[in-house]
Design a protein around this ligand. Sequence first.
Ligand SMILES: [Zn+2]
Length: 222
Amino acid sequence: MTWWDGSLDLFLGSRCTGCGGAGRALCRRCRALLPTTAAPAWPTPSPPGLALPVATGEYAGLLQALVLAHKEHGRFALAAPLGRLLATSVLALPRRGPLVLVPVPSLPSVVRSRGHDPLLRTTRAAAAVLRGHGVRATVAPLLRVTGRPDDQAGLDAAARAANLAGRFRLRREGPASPVVLCDDVITTGATVREAQRALEAGGVPVTGIALVAATRRRAVPP
Ligand SMILES: [Zn+2]
């Protein structure tokens, strides 16, 4: 435990995000429950043209608790386990040569109100994990958000796609080599599809999409 991790835990009451037990942000036992493999996680239906999405598990239980505690409650120490999960998904994608990880951007106002950019932090942690495995990996925050999309909650896939159209732009010229798009959770795929479109429109090919978790979409009963 670093002093920083420790002081944050002290501040937050030293509770494990997974089981609530006293200790660090994620206790050893809960850490051992985290997935160590990743698999394709296509939304149903998938947006046409979506690059291969890979996730380490369903967005529920421990994975959901980790993502939310990191994103909404600023438990920075969780960037490390989340980064390991994201790195697991990155490694499950086909690859050639050095990896360039591109996080889906958040609105600057959201980053300000949260006080940090959780996905950028997780993506950086993932790149560090990959480099620890001897894989050349860098993070390139190539995208920015333009305008403010309406709240996505309650919108179906088509409405989400329309709501997001043109929402991401290239911040600067990207590499001509393929990149891996990174996000924490995939639901309809509309957000990552739009981010992929913006990259491809700027001449940046997307090899695949690495995710921590995937929302399981349940059929609406008739
Ligand atoms: Zn625990």
